[in-house]
Ligand binder design. Structure first.
Ligand code: FAD
Length: 499
């Protein structure tokens, strides 16, 4: 232990979904876990539209799924999109077909202030020590590894805590991630800006889709429209970074002008008023959010959630990647602390699986943007041009290189470029087929390789049921790879490979 410090097994910096999930999963194994959160909850955050894998998968493991179910969040059956060649909005449902609506084929739309507080209190309940108003200042390290953290409490007093593992779950605003080494690589393709606010009295999609997210492409970019309660809607525009000047001038005017440019969102907001007081009262801007770090760990330190990477707001992958990476990291920590696997191997497993999941979403979201064409639009044309850009692809190949699963044989940018374009075309065709199908069956979409991978990696039990033989079993990623234990809390060597 460090002199003058409290001793823990795990110190988690940040009490968002990544931090509280990691804290819960390690505290549940009896480890001494400290969470440092610089704000006092509830606090505002964006990222309100969730995926089923989070609420039925990871949140089931942390024991918070029932509490979430009782919290009254709107149920999201899927996403409704005015996007791509089809002039009519089309709907992507989490249930594979109308006949296969299962108990896990929905997610929630959440007010993050409430959602994050439920998750953080759950981490407390299962044994983590949570200190709000405490900001991490820097790691404490020696030549070998990170040994702990320096932080200040709400009164500005400085403290030290030592730990076997320091987990950086501090989101995209802190700079702690730099201490892991490597660099943060920003994406040119996803380099946009989001301007968002909240409205009361907005229109709802017809049942049974009133809880869906509505995403609408228009000339300057696209809108999200997320029902957070019967009355409250989160509305955001994703536009080119170059819009920053306009928005800086008068964001109210800028948002109103963007809404006016988009007929469907104008129609949905025709009788609505913007909330101008309380936590939802101001318009907010987010930029520089799309990046990945070149390394996710070093001895004694791990990055999870937005501290490590984020792709893009489209299709709601942020909280999924945050909670899923926390699950992967927790398995690694639990395994090392229990003496089951060495640290190096456990962190390699975490990093490979996390990068693969990030890669699956990266590819899916590229396909999503690729599907929409608008010859007259600066936003959509710029996306086309950047997509053809080699450096971006090359850096991405490097990122996932070496962690390819059997079917994902990605060796160079050439192969990857081909894969992206065929994936995008296949996806666009599946959307058209879906829009033309009589019963609205999701099967064509789920047969598209990019969607299939996203849903499989997300742990969709239903997908496996539907695809049968085509669904992939949980397999090690590499020859000396590890697989999850039956309870999901540890990594185990595949039989015969040993340590
Ligand atoms: P956070 O939620 O950011 O939590 C980090 C916590 O760390 C914060 O509470 C912060 O106060 C604390 N912290 C920071 N620094 C310190 C410090 N030094 N010491 C102690 N504590 C610290 N995702 C979705 O799933 N669905 C969406 O619809 C969606 N929409 C998005 C729209 C936009 C415009 C953007 C930019 C993102 C969107 N996301 C969405 C992504 C989502 O917001 C994030 O991926 C998610 O919040 C990441 O969770 P996290 O736990 O990693 O970080």
């Amino acid at each position: 232990a460090l002199p003058d410090s409290e001793e823990f097994d795990v110190v988690v910096v940040g009490g968002g979904p990544a931090g509280s999930t990691l804290a819960a999963l390690t505290a549940m194994q009896g480890h001494r876990v400290l969470v440092l959160e610089k704000e006092f909850f509830p606090r505002h955050q964006i990222g309100e539209s969730l995926l089923p894998a989070t609420v039925h998968g990871v949140c089931r493991l942390t024991g918070v799924a029932d509490e979430l179910a009782a919290a009254g969040f709107p149920r999201k059956r899927g996403g409704t999109f005015k996007w791509g060649a089809n002039p009519e909005p089309w709907t992507f449902s989490f249930s594979v077909s109308p006949r296969m609506t299962g108990p896990t084929s929905y997610a929630y739309q959440v007010e993050r202030a409430k959602f994050d507080e439920i998750l953080l209190n759950n981490a407390r309940r299962v044994g983590a020590e949570v200190r709000e108003g405490c900001a991490a200042v820097d790691v404490v390290e020696d030549e070998e590894r990170v040994r702990g953290i320096r932080y200040t409490d709400a009164d500005g007093r400085e403290h030290r805590a030592s730990a076997t593992f320091v987990v950086d779950a501090s989101g995209n605003g802190s700079r702690l991630y730099r201490r892991v080494g490597g660099t943060r690589e920003y994406s040119e393709f996803f380099r946009s800006l989001a301007l968002y606010g909240y409205f009361e009295g907005g229109k709802r999609l017809p049942e049974p889709n009133s809880g869906n997210i509505l995403s609408v492409a228009f000339e300057s970019g696209w809108f999200w429209y997320i029902p957070l309660s019967p009355d409250l809607t989160s509305v955001g525009a994703v536009v080119r970074r170059e819009m920053a000047d306009k928005i800086r001038g008068d964001s109210d005017k800028a948002l109103a002008a963007l809404i006016a440019e988009c007929p469907l969102i104008s129609e949905y907001l025709a009788d609505a008023r913007r909330v101008t007081e309380g936590p939802y009262g101001k318009l907010r801007v987010r930029k520089d959010y799309s990046y990945h770090h070149t390394t996710f760990s070093r001895p004694g330190m791990i990055l999870v959630g937005d501290a490590a990477c984020f792709v893009d707001p489209v299709f709601s992958s942020g909280v999924h990647l945050a909670t899923y990476s926390a699950l992967l990291a927790a398995r690694s920590i639990n395994s090392v602390l229990a003496g089951l696997v060495g640290e190096d191997r456990a962190l390699r497993e975490f990093e490979s699986r996390y990068r693969r999941e990030y890669g699956v979403f990266y590819e899916f979201l590229l396909s999503f943007y690729e599907m929409h064409q608008d010859e007259n639009s600066y936003f959509w044309q710029a996306k086309k041009v950047t997509r053809a850009n080699r450096p971006e692809l090359e850096s991405f190949v490097e990122l996932i290189g070496g962690v390819s699963s059997g079917e994902r044989v990605l060796t160079d940018a050439e192969v990857l470029a081909k894969r992206f374009s065929s994936g995008s075309a296949e996806f666009a065709a599946a959307v058209d087929e879906l829009a033309g199908s009589e019963d609205g069956s999701m099967v064509p979409l789920f047969k598209s390789s990019v969607v299939r991978e996203v849903m499989q990696e997300g742990g969709q039990v239903q997908m496996r049921a539907l695809l049968g033989e085509d669904a992939e079993p949980e397999a090690p990623l590499s020859a000396d790879g590890l697989v999850p234990s039956p309870d999901g809390m540890f990594w185990l060597p595949v039989q015969g490979t040993g340590e």
